[in-house]
Design a protein around this ligand. Structure first.
Ligand code: AVI
Length: 320
């Protein structure tokens, strides 16, 4: 049986991460990069979010694949090589990537996530299910730059980016990432999930659920920072805020201070007034036309899309 290979291409030192977080806390307004949501607890909370009735993106994307999987696979095959290399961005437990194997019969599966160690368990299990498949786990923080050695991906690869994570990039950064993805496919294709604009009540409920799971996910960022940077955030003095900013077409998540308070950490401090916020995440919502245009701008040709009956979510295939 072949063995999965693991490769760590980038890992920020704790010092660099702490410096980045401190700079965000001192900003006006204060902000924190959303990647700090995902410590072990935050990753479990995110998994719980995807099961919530209010959080429609995960099940809606799955429904589109269930209804249109054959047509989507045909569109992918028309651009990629036979038995393509699949590059799965933000692969996590690799379940979505593995679901493509029966239809696309890849010769290699490259799972990319922030840490190669996170991928090890999922890839070991995948290898048992697919003993001859070439499996590779790559640790890379592609939020700053997406670049893999071309010998890993070969020509006419499929870049797979599900889950509407592209929405967590502002439009300029999304364009930059898609350009890098275009380069990486080397004449192949992109398969990507995108959350679409819809009514404000549906959007805001998805990011402020009745059980408070998204609130816990947002507040957990402060616990992570207490460990990472040594801040003394008291979570009882902060509340979760999620709102749809129509002008920017994005859900914004913030943490709002209940009261005037100081937050201190080794080498820094900041006073927060009552009602002052820390901006923790944007989740952009696209229109079908807007995202097709973005794909074209990034160099992709003839984007095609499939949606659910309510038109809440889009799955796009575009050739390079
Ligand atoms: C990972 N990403 C696509 C999620 C989103 O919907 O923007 C993160 C999330 N934040 C709150 N709920 C889910």
């Amino acid at each position: 049986m072949a063995q999965p290979r693991l490769l760590q291409l980038h890992s920020a030192t704790d010092t660099a991460s702490a410096a980045e977080a401190a700079a965000g806390l001192l900003g006006m307004p204060a902000s924190l990069p959303p990647k700090y949501f995902y410590d072990a607890q935050g990753s479990r909370l995110f998994d719980a979010i995807t099961e919530l009735s209010e959080y429609y993106p995960t099940r809606t994307e799955a429904g589109i694949f269930a209804a249109h999987g054959t047509a989507i696979a045909d569109a992918v095959r028309s651009s990629t090589s036979l038995n393509p290399v699949i590059v799965d961005l933000g692969a996590g437990n690799c379940a979505k990537g593995a679901a493509l194997f029966p239809m696309l019969a890849p010769r290699r599966y490259v799972a990319v996530d922030i840490s190669a160690d996170y991928l090890a368990k999922a890839l070991a299990q995948l290898q048992r299910d697919h003993p001859t498949l070439d499996l590779l786990g790559v640790g890379l923080d592609f939020s700053s730059r997406l670049a893999l050695p071309s010998e890993l991906t070969g020509a006419r690869a499929l870049v797979f980016y599900p889950g509407s994570s592209i929405g967590n990039f502002d439009p300029a950064a999304a364009l930059a990432l898609l350009r890098q993805a275009h380069e990486m496919t080397a004449g192949g294709a992109l398969l990507i999930g995108v959350d679409l604009v819809k009514t404000i009540d549906v959007l805001e409920a998805a990011y402020d659920d009745a059980l408070g799971v998204t609130a816990a996910f947002n507040l957990n960022l402060l616990r992570h920072l207490n460990r990472l940077l040594g801040t003394d955030f008291d979570l009882r003095h902060w509340r979760h805020v999620a709102l749809f900013n129509r002008a920017e077409s994005r859900i914004e998540m913030h943490l709002e201070s209940h009261q005037a308070q100081w937050v201190r950490w080794p080498g820094g401090e900041r006073r927060f007034a009552a009602g002052e916020r820390i901006h923790t995440e944007n989740s952009y919502k696209w229109t079908l036309e807007g995202f097709s245009g973005l794909l074209r701008q990034a160099g992709f040709a003839e984007p095609r899309h499939w949606t659910d009956p309510l038109g809440w979510y889009g799955v796009f295939v575009a050739g390079a």
